[in-house]
Design a protein around this ligand. Sequence first.
Ligand code: GH3
Ligand code: MG
Ligand code: MG
Length: 389
Amino acid sequence: MSLDFSIKTLIFTIVIGHLFSGILGIAYMIQHKKDSSLFIFLFARLFDTIAWVFLGLRDVINIFISISLGNSFLIIAQTTQIIAFLIIKRRCNKLIKRVYVIASAISIAVIHLAIFLQYGEGVRISIMSIIMMILWCFPIYEFLMDKNSSVLQKTVAFIYLAGFILLILRVYMGISFSESVPLMSNNIYNVLFFVCLYLIMLTGNIGFILMAKEKSDLELTKVATYDELTDIFNRRAFLLRAKENISLFSRRKEPISFFLIDLDNFKKINDVYGHFAGDMVLKDFAVKIKNQLRDYDLFGRIGGEEFTVLLPGTNEKEALEVAERLRRITERTSVNIGRDHIIKYTISIGIVTVIPDEHTSINTLYKISDDALYAAKRNGRNRIEVVKS
Ligand code: GH3
Ligand code: MG
Ligand code: MG
């Protein structure tokens, strides 16, 4: 078998692989324009295609044009791909983009200097490999070291790390074999390098698409779970988790306490200061209360200015203490809405404590605590009423 044929076939496969990834991606983008990271990744793949077309056509077109444009597009493709990776990781900002644009320009200048100084192909390949390693070390480090990285993100980073190690070998090859291992050489290491490059391209494509899907799934879950204004559980998420807790504590035969909290005279705050100021009060309230609760307590916004708290494993006495603390903290709070306007507000709370059984439902707890809340309002507001069992 002629290895020379293999190298050309491999490069052709890489070109076609990049091209088809690009085409499939564009077909997807026609209907999903929002996903900017995928859009940038596709451009990277198209730049890769152009780069390998130029590098692969060195026998057909002028060798200088082949090397110059091939390497330049390769650098641009890598930088573009890195930006897409960093956007997925939410680690891309204006400064990082600028640094990568400058790094690309310097890299292109360096490789052209090597061409101009007529360095051998082996040295040029080594220089390109070092450039790739420098460009890739930041995203690989970010993906591997960030403790919030998903398993998928870490796996993709490991695959790119394998590519990184491959580049180290490539530098060694370029320097030690010098003229004997040009790009199209039939050397077995060269063939292996291109096979690995092809595999990294393939897994990189699948990995990136899965990462984009993972990110959009996470965003959808967040939208479905949290209240947009206050960033605490929305009604649906709160009720779902409350039901789980009720069934858990009915098995344990331990108490749970449920609070229904309503801001007092909130309509007046809206009327006097405006809806925007009202929103600021709601946000302030959510932050203050969240800070007072334990990690496993549930806190949700059930309606406009109505909030719910579920304290698992908390008896009536403890619940009353917590509620009193929340009431006092709110009473002492002032919200600065700008231009030295300060809003003070209070809350009323209806509390119910039960040791749940199989008949206990969150709807019943809600209903009876609403009666207590109504009593608190009737009795003058800024107060707590407990449902007597
Ligand atoms: P009470 O002490 O009896 O609870 O009086 P209140 O004025 O707080 O009660 P009411 O239920 O009459 O008013 C609630 C107000 O909350 C009415 C509504 O405009 C306002 N509201 C509901 N959702 C929001 C919101 O998301 N933002 C703002 N700014 N206001 C909201
Ligand atoms: Mg109210
Ligand atoms: Mg209300």
